[in-house]
Write a protein that binds this ligand. Structure first.
Ligand code: CA
Length: 228
């Protein structure tokens, strides 16, 4: 889905950020609507049916996480949250509650666009239109359980594949430690396993495992498989 076909709702009380987003998203040809508080933002979702919502977690009238809960109770629209870099625990909480992704302020246009593109791409995966992930020589085919690097089949252990599959299903999106542990090692909370397996997979798939460009660490939050 090209960005120009996207209708985006920005819920943000800071007028400068709203203006900035309106300008950059306009340049990319997206349709922008915005709201300066949570209540009017919620009403706009009902009325305008946006493709994606950018939600500031620090709003004047309602806690951002509470607003997200109300949105999710009624709508399936992907929500990307905006937050301060120091607000790591709130970001993790929001992600564990099911927000799509996050950006920390101040963020760049490229970073934001990558998050939005990834969210739109996952909508297509969710609708079953895409089965194969490709990026930087890595190819993951979930239908045939095949993982290749530069055309060569890579052998992953069953747990490594499970982890790779979770990252691929959410390609471009950050997954928290808890989300990955819950999917691959249900009931276990020791993220040391996760670190070890991520390291093993990197050895197999990364062009340079010491400087990962495919599976990125989001410090304090989790991991992200980079999409094209
Ligand atoms: Ca704010």
């Amino acid at each position: 889905m090209p960005l120009r076909a996207i209708k985006m709702l920005v819920i943000e009380d800071d007028p400068q950020i709203r203006l900035f987003l309106r300008r950059v998203l306009d340049i990319h040809g997206a349709t922008i609507i915005d709201a300066e508080d949570g209540q009017s933002g919620y009403r706009l979702i009902e009325r305008e049916n946006p493709d994606v919502v950018l939600l500031d977690l620090g709003l004047p009238d309602i806690d951002g996480l509470k607003l997200f809960e109300s949105i999710r109770a009624k709508f399936t629209v992907p929500v990307i949250v905006m937050s301060a870099r120091s607000d790591e625990s709130t970001i993790v909480e929001a992600l564990d509650m099911g927000v799509e992704d996050f950006v920390t302020k101040p963020f760049g246009v490229d970073e934001l666009m990558a998050r939005v593109r990834a969210a739109m791409r996952r909508k297509l995966v969710g609708e079953g239109r895409e089965q194969i992930f490709k990026n930087r020589g890595l190819e993951v085919d979930l239908a045939s359980r095949s993982v290749k690097r530069d055309g060569q089949e890579i052998r992953l252990s069953p747990k490594e594949y499970d982890l790779m599959k979770q990252l691929t299903l959410s390609a471009g999106k950050v997954l928290t430690h808890r989300q990955l542990m819950g999917a691959v090692w249900p009931g276990d909370t020791d993220i040391q396993y996760l670190r070890i397996y991520i390291r093993q997979i990197r050895q197999k798939i990364e062009p340079n495992p010491d400087q990962p460009s495919l599976i990125i660490t989001e410090p304090g939050v989790g991991y992200r498989l980079m999409a094209e």
